[in-house]
Design a protein around this ligand. Structure first.
Ligand code: API
Length: 280
């Protein structure tokens, strides 16, 4: 089977993109292609697979499959790449348009000059049932004691259409992420598993953020995670509302802004790496 693809990345969080405006595939092929394409030895090497597809709403549709073949419901870096692809490859004729992810519609604005894209990521979901996390459905989870792998942490849980567990630490060490990431990802308190994010507050408008992604492990960047981290930081009183927060990730910086109750805005780069054919 010959599968035309485009490889793109947002701050090093790289995916294989299939343009379903041109070619259709059987639904059960997507987890298979995600696992095959993601393998750096027998495939192409990526953090997963993203589909760019027609949507009944007239928006451009996006679906994301992680490296392990599981389907995520949103992807911030993916949204910026889909926006740039859609504009530059003629799927849309305006720099402002909507993208429909499984978690809902978002508003994209391609700032054409330097490949920077702004996305209105919509409102964060904070109720346990919407994360989802077990426990009283309407409760919010802010600085809640959370013990995992014999380590005592404080959890703030935020969904950006996909689940994020955020932990504020004084100094983010790689060992912390690799040791605790898998245990947090698969903790039974999260029925759909969870993305684990570690945040180091540098100032009221700046943070370091690292992630162990559900279904993909450590990635260079996570756009929904960066949004969730800023929401969590504001909820915990560490960051300013209505101000561009500089989020430093392994692969580069994102600007995230939240007014404390409405939509979260994310601005960052999106790069097209290559077009190719994958043989399966
Ligand atoms: N692993 C995530 C999907 C990818 C999110 C991330 N790459 C981003 O940029 O938001 C999940 O299963 O929810």
């Amino acid at each position: 089977m010959k599968i035309p693809f485009t490889k793109m990345h947002g701050l090093g969080n790289n995916y294989i993109y299939l343009d379903l405006f041109k070619t259709e595939y059987e639904e059960d092929m997507f987890p298979v292609i995600a696992r095959k394409a993601s393998d750096v030895y027998t495939g192409i090497g990526s953090d997963g697979l993203i589909l760019i597809h027609p949507s009944e709403t007239g928006a451009v549709g996006m679906r994301i499959f992680n490296k392990d073949g599981s389907e995520g419901w949103n992807c911030g870096n993916g949204l910026r790449c889909v926006a740039r692809y859609a504009y530059e490859r003629g799927l849309v004729d305006n720099v402002k348009f909507q993208i429909e992810a499984k978690s809902g519609l978002v508003h994209a604005e391609v700032l054409i000059d330097d490949g920077v894209v702004s996305i209105n990521m919509g409102e964060p979901r904070l109720e346990r049932a919407l994360i989802p996390m077990i426990g009283p459905a309407k409760d919010h989870v802010i600085a809640e004691p959370f013990s995992v792998a014999d380590v005592e942490l404080e959890l703030t849980a935020v969904s950006m259409g996909n689940p994020h567990a955020l932990f504020f630490v004084d100094n983010i060490k790689e060992a912390l992420i690799t040791e605790l990431g898998p245990s947090i990802e698969n903790d039974t308190r999260f029925p759909d598993r969870v993305n684990a994010g570690f945040v180091e507050v540098l100032s009221p408008t700046e943070m370091n953020y690292r992630v162990w992604e559900r279904g993909s492990g450590i990635t260079e960047a996570c756009g929904t995670g960066a949004c969730a981290a800023v929401v969590a930081a504001i909820l915990n009183g560490h960051m300013q509302k209505e101000t561009d927060i500089h989020v430093h990730l392994s692969g580069g910086d994102l600007l995230i802004k939240w007014d404390g109750q409405g939509n979260v805005w994310m601005t960052g780069e999106a790069e097209i790496i290559a077009d190719g054919i994958l043989y399966i």
